[in-house]
Design a protein around this ligand. Structure first.
Ligand code: SF4
Length: 365
């Protein structure tokens, strides 16, 4: 039987650049969008394989800035060239300001079954300061609309925004859950030098939470979501049973995937590659091949596995000649209940997720 794979498609367009964003995304006119979709469809056709597809994820950027015709062209090209399982998880990312009923209808027709909405906050002042184009009410209305079409709706929240403590975050989560959201991703605010937010902080126009406040806020939110019956199945991700993102679990267990579009990564037949991250180079089909050393593979297995509920497969590490049991910290961590061994897999106790960086780095070769 042929090995399954996942597919990621990157849509790099946004209506406006958010102040904190360092992703490969930019504002484009219709001509650029059409040109990009032509290239994307060409890439999809060129890289066709017979391997069955178990998950698809269209992310960005903001896929919901595309017209219904544009998204249809991409998905139809994909279905014509790949053998996608009938029950494949198919996620599209969307921002509240660009979600329309027509767009949702089209996604439904195209077999999309999961919508991931960039909510980030439910406080108007916060949203405005970080440069989002929606306010609280719009986010709520659009999630209600999305739920009319999709049972499986996920929402993103950012932890660390100015004047947003754990209590605020729990209030947002409460609202999202009351709207029927099944999955919540909670990302820590990261400040990148090339962003507007970095300048705002430097000019004392913006004051994100400090590290202690950040950890406190995240823990409060995390406890709240778990009290409500969600599982923290990865450091930043919470879901009700059966609603974990299969696509992301695929990355975390290092299964293979193909990525199409600007800056998209692929991992196929043991080879990792990345498409160019600027439009001109992407047009020329430039790709970088990355060959991981054995040490890098070991590090990746430990890092991805311990950050999620899947854990680390110890026989995989042994195949790469790393006996983690002989690591200086291993026995101590086991004794203290920080890590647990079960059926040849190693798990990080979720209670210690907030210390994961140190624990993971201590367990590295
Ligand atoms: S919508 Fe997302 S990708 Fe686009 S600018 Fe904002 S954070 Fe970046």
């Amino acid at each position: 039987m042929m090995k399954e794979l996942s597919i990621y498609i990157h849509i790099p367009f946004c209506e406006q650049k958010c102040n904190y964003c360092a992703f490969a995304s930019f504002c484009a006119n219709e001509k650029q969008k059409e040109e990009y979709i032509d290239l994307l469809c060409k890439e999809i056709k060129t890289r066709k394989t017979k391997r069955p597809v178990k998950t698809i994820y269209i992310g960005g950027g903001t896929p919901s800035v595309l017209t219904e015709t544009q998204i249809e062209r991409i998905v139809v090209t994909l279905f014509e060239n790949f053998d996608v399982y009938e029950d494949a998880e198919f996620t599209v990312e969307a921002n509240p300001n660009s979600i329309t009923e027509n767009f949702l209808q089209k996604l439904k027709e195209l077999r999309v079954n999961r919508l991931s909405v960039g909510v980030q906050s439910l406080k108007d002042k916060s949203l405005q300061k970080i440069g989002r184009l929606h306010d609280k009410n719009m986010a709520i209305e659009k999630i209600k609309l999305a739920r009319k079409y999709f049972n499986n709706v996920s929402a993103d929240l950012i932890v660390g925004l100015e004047n947003e403590n754990g209590k605020d975050l729990c209030r947002y989560a409460e609202k999202l859950l009351s709207l029927g959201v099944k999955h919540i991703s909670c990302y820590l605010l990261e400040i990148y030098e090339n962003t507007k937010l970095y300048q705002m902080i430097k000019n004392k126009e913006y004051c994100p939470l400090n590290e202690g406040q950040l950890i406190g806020a995240f823990n409060k939110l995390s406890n709240y979501l778990q009290d409500k019956g969600m599982e923290r199945y990865e450091i930043s991700n919470f879901a009700f049973e059966e609603y974990e993102s299969k696509h992301n679990l695929n990355y975390w267990q290092r299964d293979e995937y193909l990525g199409f579009g600007l800056s998209a990564h692929s991992f196929l037949d043991g080879i990792r590659s990345c498409n160019a991250s600027n439009f001109e180079d992407y047009k020329l089909g430039k790709t970088e091949i990355e060959k991981l050393t054995t040490k890098q593979q070991v590090e990746e297995i430990i890092m991805l596995g311990l950050r999620c509920k899947l854990g680390v497969n110890l026989s995989e590490l042994k195949k790469l000649n790393y006996e983690i049991e002989k690591n200086d910290y291993f026995q101590d961590y086991i004794k203290q209940g920080i890590i647990k061994l079960k059926n040849d897999r190693l798990f990080l106790n979720p209670v210690f997720y907030h210390l994961s960086n140190t624990i993971i780095s201590n367990l590295m070769p």
